[in-house]
Design a protein around this ligand. Structure first.
Ligand code: SF4
Length: 222
C-alpha cells in the first residue's frame, strides 16, 4: 500500500525531476531506518487518488520512483508498475534488493534502480535485524547490470557499525560483478533511528578515496 507521496522531487532520480510514491511495507528492520512512520500512515488509493494526479502533471513530470519501506514487498507493486508504464511514465525503484524475483518480473518496465547495499555480507543480518540472504541483493544488482539499466548501488554510512572496511569489501564485490560505480551517503538521524552521530566530512572523504582505488565512488552528503 502507498502511504505517502512527494509530488515533486529533485533528488530521488538522477538527472530528472520525479514524483515519489512511498510504500508502507518492509521486510527489514534496519537500525538506521528513517521511514518507520510510513507503516502507521493511512493508505492512499493509487487508482483514485494518485494515478489521475500523476497523469494531470505528466507534461512536467514523467519519472515516478517507487520507494518505501520496501516497494517490492507490496502485493500491489507489479500492478502499479504496469499501470504507470502503460501510461507512458518512466518507472524507477528504490529497493533493498531482497526480492530479485519481483524485480525480474518487472525489469522491462523499470528504467532506474537505486539499490541499497547496507554493509558487508557478514554484518548484514545484524544491521537489518532480520535474516538476510545477501545473494538475493547481489542477484538484484546483476539484473540491473545484465539488463543495461540505469542504476545506483549505495551504502548509508551508519556509525559506528558500517565502517571503511565494510565499504572496501562492498566495492570489491561490486567490481567483481561488473558494476561501474558505487555511492556512499551520509547517514541522517531521524527520531526513530538509534544513533545520532554522523561520520565527519573528512572521514567520509577518506572512505570514498579508499573505495575509489577499487571502483569509481561517489559521495553524497545530503
Ligand atoms: S530497508 Fe529501508 S525502509 Fe526497510 S527497514 Fe531498512 S531502511 Fe527502513
Amino acid at each position: 500500500m502507498i502511504t505517502q507521496v512527494i509530488w515533486t522531487s529533485m533528488v530521488d532520480c538522477p538527472n530528472h525531476v520525479c514524483s515519489v510514491l512511498f510504500f508502507g511495507t518492509c521486510n527489514f528492520e534496519c537500525k538506521f531506518c528513517y521511514n518507520r512512520e510510513l507503516v502507521k500512515m493511512q493508505p492512499i488509493d493509487f487508482d483514485k487518488e494518485i494515478l489521475p494526479k500523476l497523469i494531470e502533471r505528466k507534461d512536467f513530470i514523467q519519472h515516478i520512483i517507487l520507494s518505501g519501506g520496501e516497494c517490492t514487498c507490496s502485493p500491489e507493486f507489479t500492478d502499479i508498475v504496469q499501470k504507470l508504464y502503460m501510461e507512458g511514465f518512466k518507472v524507477g525503484i528504490h529497493t533493498n534488493g531482497s526480492n530479485p524475483d519481483v524485480v525480474e518480473k518487472n525489469i522491462e518496465e523499470i528504467s532506474f534502480l537505486g539499490i541499497d547495499f547496507k554493509t558487508s555480507k557478514e554484518k548484514y543480518s545484524s544491521i537489518c535485524n532480520v535474516e538476510v540472504n545477501v545473494d538475493d541483493i547481489i542477484k538484484t544488482i546483476k539484473l540491473a547490470v545484465d539488463n543495461n539499466k540505469e542504476f545506483q548501488v549505495r551504502t548509508t554510512m551508519f556509525p559506528p557499525e558500517v565502517k571503511k572496511e565494510d565499504c572496501i569489501k562492498i566495492a570489491k564485490l561490486l567490481k567483481g560483478i561488473g558494476v561501474q560505480d558505487y555511492t556512499i551517503q551520509q547517514y541522517q538521524y531521524v527520531g526513530s533511528a538509534t544513533v545520532k552521530e554522523q561520520y565527519t566530512q573528512e572521514e567520509l572523504v577518506e572512505i570514498k578515496e579508499e573505495c575509489g582505488k577499487i571502483i569509481y565512488t561517489n559521495l553524497k552528503v545530503k
